[in-house]
Every structure is written in structure tokens, then in C-alpha cells.
Design a protein around this ligand. Structure first.
Ligand code: CA
Length: 668
């Protein structure tokens, strides 16, 4: 059985390969893109329509219960060759009932499956549920709307796991580990600091990115008292919420209603909701719902018929095939429509083809132009899909309204993810200046940046800053706090806090969209565990007592969100503006390594400030720079930040930056 591997940044060069001969057989199958796939309740009739062109026979089983007992009826389905679907109907509304499909394939009856389009499920997702979705909407749902996003560079992403946010006793949250955790106002830590949704409002992020919240396989929803933790990168039912995040996984409507309540509470707070989606592989191979409905079709294979494995989790799906392409597009559309989701983060996006990703973005835009789509522009292994078709970071300019993570900035600022002790630009390692600059200009063409000297990508792969998500850490690998502990071992914590501020200052002032990992604003750690996907809450949960302890750090992060929101110069919307208005100061990094200085000029992007000077000293010792004369307001210096420039005035001349620190100055 396939299972979890670290879904980290494997981005190695892989050999070019074409679609396998084995897979060519599926290209001739009839496809069907009707909205009535699998279940429709209409005009007092319940319809079942299963797409399965290679089945010999198909039945639907009807149940009174979500997980036990025999079917009360088994209905034969009739094949319709033009659409490749099997159909049957019952002349009543079957609300409250459950169903599974079963197909006979190569003279063998396969296991029961809830299908691939179950929108509500019983406990542990083995049977699909028939519910009236009108009963799942919270009060005011019809008027509910996420924040309007003019440009994707205006978004500030906060990546969180439901349990990380609320499980620790210090969260003060009642619905620990549940969707409802983010609906509770007024929660505080024992020290009286805001937690939960009030914390998010105080911090000032624009969007939360929730780790997988569709129904995943690994947590036993029938035994929640065991308190099992998982990130959820093991998809089971793509179109139903995960049961363990609901207060009652056995009632199919509860998880739907509670997830909507979470979305509504965040929207009411002005915060958008981005879902982490993992269409690139399934938790199981032969036992997956894809395989049990249309054997062979939805996954890619090697020429010998074995599953290819670009996900590193045992299989990979086939977005290059029509029915799978339509499935991905329709699935995200469904979440946007039914749950008002504001964005999608595609796991291992390069397993999908660029055409599918373009269609995803284009179709979502029709529903809501504010929806933000980004993903990991790499795979975790080789794929039969040709490299030029993959939604790789390097192919991002072939896509429209899709962004990718910049591993360039990530690895250069804090040190490489594969080596815990490796330092980065912000922690004193020389030679990474050019790669950091690639991040600062959002990987767009810039006259002063030599991409050939970059560590990761060797050419300006983004044609617009809206194609880049900048970050130094996420759920994968060591979080920033742990990385600093490991790579700066022996130095005082004060230095690590300085480096944390510097690292995030680089992220938040760079062009593109900033992205942060939940809890780093309160110096959360994961006890040094890098791949914590199935580790207990004692490793993963954020200790909110940290907020009082590291108040100064939290204030700094809050200052960063305020600065970015108040100053469009950090959020330019096209590459030409960046090339024209972002000017690096000449520094010989051989002589003075770990020093970067640049200006944002000409009231960039309509900024009220005429010029902003940004200087980073990543060295372990103080370094001096010479600032041209003028009436500078001090915005950030020596570990402090004042978004309005209230830290004092400076007339230019020599100024010293302490070790691991940023300096930001501004002129009206
Ligand atoms: Ca589940």
C-alpha cells in the first residue's frame, strides 16, 4: 500500500520520457463531463451515473447506515456507450441513505467504492452519503464572500494545520483540532494573548492556507479518542471534508456544515481560505476509488503496466487524460462554489500538465477572479509525462494566473533543506547573495541579476511577480525555528531571533507573494522533527504561551504585514516595473559577503514613499553601509520595525547594521 513520504522539494533534473505505450490504450475511451456524475437528486428522483467504460457490469448498493450492515437494495446499472457511464435511478429522494458502487471488470467483481464524486460520506469515507446540501449552510451563507484580491502579490499566506493551531492547552480554544476552532472569538493563552482567529486578525495575514482538509485516509474517524495526527497528504475522497476535523464524523452533514462555518468565520474576519489539494496521487493504488471505478485510467503507468511514481507515494495521477483533467477542474470548481474557497495550493503540481493547470485557473476565475492558485513546481520522482508538459516551476511562464513556490529564496536565505546544519544568507553563509536577489526580484528578468550565478534556477523563469510565492519555510522539512537551532547551534537564542526576523524581512519585502508557516511568529518549533506528518501533537502543536514569551518577535511579524499592506512598492505587479524601479546598490560580495542593498524608486507601484532603501546584513558580525544623503525615515533597524517610519530620522552617511539584521529607510 502506498504511503506517506516527505513531500519535500525534490527538484532534480529527470530524464525526458514520453507517455508510456501502456497508457496509450486509455486515450480512446469515451469521456463524460456531465454535472450529474455519480449522484443527483432531482424532481423526486435519485439518479446514479458512474463513469466506467471498461466495466462488464455495474451495481449500486443502498444502505441505511454509513459503515455497518448489509445493503437494503442492490440495483443493476445500465451502460450508455456514448458517455461511458452506467445509470440507474430510484423514484424518490433518498436523503439520509448511503451508497456504494461495484463494478465487474475482467470477470471479477472489484471491492465496493463510494465512487470518485462522493460529496458527503459516512465515517471513514467508505460509503457515500445522500444529503440535502441546502441544510448545511450556516446563517448568512448566501451573502458570504471572501476578500477581494486585486493582485496576487497583495496576498499574505499563513499555512496552518487544524491541530497545530488549536490542540495545545494554551490555545484556550474549546473545539481543539476541529474546523470550528477558527470560529471561536475571544480565545486567549494563559498569559492573556489572543489565539485562534483573533490571533490571525492581530497578525494581519490576508489568507490562511489550510493543510489537506478533504477526506483523507490515515486517521481513523471512528476512534478519534486515539488523537492520531496526520498532515493528510493521503487522499481518499477528494470532494468531501475530512471527518476527524468535525465534531461528529458519523453524521455526513456535520463535517460539511462545520467546514462552511469555519470559512464563514474567516471571511467575516476579512481572511480568505486556501485549500491544499493533492490530486497528484491517491493513498492507495489498486484500492483507490479511481482504480475501483475505472481500472487503469486515472493513474499513469510504466510500459510494464506498473504504477509510475512521480509522487514518491506509490503512484501518480494522469491529468493529461481527458476524464482526469475534467475531474481536477470540476473538483476545484466544486470547492469554490459550494464552500466559497478562495484559493488552491497544488501539491507536487508538476505531476499535472500545464494545460490542466491553465484550465483550472481559467475556470476558477469565472467563479471568482480573486481565487489564487499556486503550487509546488516540481515532482518527487520521474514521470511518463514529458518535461515540457509538466507544470514545473521552470514552465510557470507558460501558464496564466498560476504561481509557484520559490525554492531559490527558501534555500538561499536559511540554508539548504537537505542539510540541517547548513547555513544560509541570513545566518552567515557567504556566496548566496545572487540567489537571494533572484528571490527579491521574484525570478523575473532583471538587468542587475545574473541568474547563471543562482544556486537553483539558472534563468528568469517568471515573466511576472504574480507567478512567485516567496517563503523560507512551510510544513515540510525543519521549520524556521528548528533550522535556526540546528544551524546556529552554540549561538545565543538572541541571535536566532535576529536571524528569524531578518529571514522573514527578506520574504515580506521581496516581490511576489509572501508565505509563512503558522506559529513562526511566536517562534514555534517542531522539536527538531523535519518530517512531522504523523508525529503526535506534542511535536506539532503550537504552544501559545510562546506568544507572551516572544512578544517582540510577534510584534515584528505584525509590523511586516502592516508594512507590506501599506506600501505597494513591495507588491509590484509586472516585471518591467521591477526592472525599472528596483535598483541594487553595487556591493562586491567577495569582499563584503552577506550584504545586499537595494532601492525601490520612483514611488514604485503608486507608493506614497518616493524611495525605499532595503539593506540586509546576514553576516555574523556588524557591517557598515553608506547611505546617500536625504531625509530618511527609519522604518526598520536593529530588530525593530515601525511601518510608518517612526523609529527616527537619518540624513544619510555611514550606518552600521548589527549581525543578522535588516535596515529599511524611506523618503517621502
Ligand atoms: Ca478521513
Amino acid at each position: 500500500m502506498a504511503f506517506m513520504m516527505p513531500l519535500c522539494a525534490i527538484n532534480a533534473a529527470v530524464p525526458v520520457s514520453a507517455q508510456s505505450d501502456y497508457d496509450a490504450q486509455f486515450l480512446t475511451w469515451p469521456t463524460y463531463n456531465g454535472e450529474d456524475l455519480e449522484l443527483t437528486v432531482k424532481d423526486n428522483i435519485t439518479h446514479f451515473r458512474l463513469w466506467s467504460p471498461s466495466a462488464d457490469e455495474a451495481v449500486v448498493n443502498l444502505y441505511d447506515n454509513g459503515n455497518t450492515g448489509a445493503p437494503y437494495a442492490t440495483l443493476n446499472m445500465k451502460y450508455e456507450p456514448a458517455t461511458g457511464t452506467w445509470h440507474t435511478a430510484v423514484p424518490e429522494k433518498l436523503y439520509g441513505k448511503f451508497y456504494t458502487f461495484r463494478i465487474k471488470h475482467n470477470d471479477k467483481w472489484l471491492d465496493e467504492t463510494p465512487g470518485v464524486w462522493a460529496k458527503a460520506v459516512g465515517v471513514n469515507g467508505k460509503r457515500a452519503a445522500i444529503i440535502d446540501f441546502n441544510t448545511t449552510n450556516p446563517a448568512g451563507w448566501n451573502e458570504d464572500k471572501g476578500p477581494e484580491v486585486k493582485n496576487f502579490s497583495d496576498v499574505i499566506v499563513y499555512e496552518m494545520h487544524h491541530r497545530d493551531m488549536s490542540m495545545h492547552p494554551s490555545s484556550g480554544i474549546a473545539n481543539k483540532g476541529k474546523f470550528l476552532a477558527l470560529t471561536e472569538p475571544g480565545t486567549t493563552s494563559p498569559e492573556g494573548e489572543k489565539t485562534g482567529i483573533d490571533h490571525l486578525k492581530e497578525l494581519g495575514v490576508t489568507h490562511v492556507h489550510i493543510l489537506p482538509s478533504y477526506d483523507y485516509n490515515s486517521v481513523d474517524e471512528a476512534n478519534l479518542w486515539t488523537n492520531t495526527y496526520n498532515w493528510g497528504y493521503d487522499p481518499l475522497n477528494y470532494n468531501a471534508p475530512e471527518g476527524s476535523y468535525s465534531t461528529n464524523p458519523s453524521d455526513p452533514a456535520t463535517r460539511v456544515r462545520e467546514m462552511k462555518e469555519m470559512v464563514k468565520a474567516l471571511h467575516d474576519a476579512g481572511i480568505g481560505v486556501i485549500m491544499d489539494v493533492v490530486y497528484n496521487h491517491t493513498a492507495e493504488n489498486d484500492g483507490s476509488n479511481f482504480e475501483l471505478t475505472a481500472p487503469g485510467y486515472y493513474h499513469r503507468h510504466r510500459n510494464d503496466g506498473s504504477y509510475s511514481d512521480a509522487s514518491g507515494c506509490g503512484n501518480e495521477t494522469a491529468s493529461d487524460r481527458k476524464q482526469m483533467h475534467d475531474y481536477i477542474v470540476n473538483s476545484v470548481k466544486y470547492w469554490a462554489d459550494e464552500y466559497h474557497i478562495d484559493g488552491f495550493r497544488f501539491d507536487l503540481m508538476a505531476i499535472h500538465d500545464t494545460e490542466t493547470m491553465n484550465d483550472v485557473a481559467a475556470e476558477l476565475k469565472k467563479i471568482n477572479p480573486s481565487i489564487f492558485v499556486y503550487g509546488e513546481g516540481w515532482t518527487a520522482g520521474d514521470s511518463p509525462l514529458a518535461i515540457e508538459r509538466r507544470a514545473l516551476k521552470e514552465n510557470v511562464s507558460k501558464m496564466k494566473d498560476i504561481a509557484v513556490f520559490s525554492d531559490d529564496l527558501r534555500d538561499a536565505v536559511k540554508g539548504h533543506y537537505t542539510d540541517a546544519a547548513d547555513r544560509g544568507f541570513a545566518t552567515g553563509k557567504p556566496g548566496l547573495e545572487e540567489t537571494v536577489k533572484i528571490g527579491i526580484v521574484a525570478a523575473t528578468p532583471h538587468p542587475q541579476v545574473n541568474f547563471k550565478n543562482g544556486n537553483n534556477s539558472k534563468f528568469p523563469y517568471a515573466s511576472s511577480p504574480e507567478m512567485i510565492v516567496n517563503y523560507v519555510s512551510c510544513h515540510d522539512d525543519l521549520c524556521l525555528t528548528d533550522k535556526l537551532h540546528k544551524s546556529m547551534e552554540g549561538e545565543p537564542e538572541e541571535n536566532m531571533l535576529s536571524a528569524a526576523k531578518l529571514a522573514q524581512t527578506i520574504v515580506f519585502t521581496s516581490q511576489g507573494t509572501p508565505f509563512m508557516f503558522a506559529g513562526e511568529e511566536v517562534f514555534r518549533d517542531k522539536k527538531g522533527v523535519h518530517n512531522s506528518y504523523n508525529q503526535p501533537d506534542s511535536i506539532n502543536a503550537i504552544d501559545w504561551s510562546n506568544k507572551a514569551k516572544y512578544r517582540d518577535l510577534f510584534n515584528y511579524y505584525k509590523g511586516l504585514t502592516e508594512l507590506r499592506k501599506a506600501h505597494p512598492a513591495f507588491r509590484m505587479t509586472n516585471a518591467d516595473d521591477i526592472a525599472k524601479n528596483l535598483v541594487f546598490d553595487k556591493i562586491d560580495s567577495k569582499k563584503t559577503p552577506n550584504l545586499i542593498s537595494y532601492s525601490l524608486k520612483n514611488h514604485a507601484n503608486g507608493d506614497s514613499w518616493k524611495e525605499i532603501k532595503v539593506v540586509f546584513n546576514g553576516a555574523s558580525k556588524p557591517q557598515e553601509v553608506n547611505i546617500k544623503g536625504g531625509n530618511w525615515k527609519i522604518v526598520a533597524a536593529e530588530g525593530l520595525i515601525s511601518p510608518n517610519g517612526g523609529l527616527g530620522l537619518f540624513n544619510g552617511g555611514k550606518i552600521t547594521l548589527p549581525a543578522y539584521s535588516a535596515l529599511i529607510l524611506a523618503q517621502e
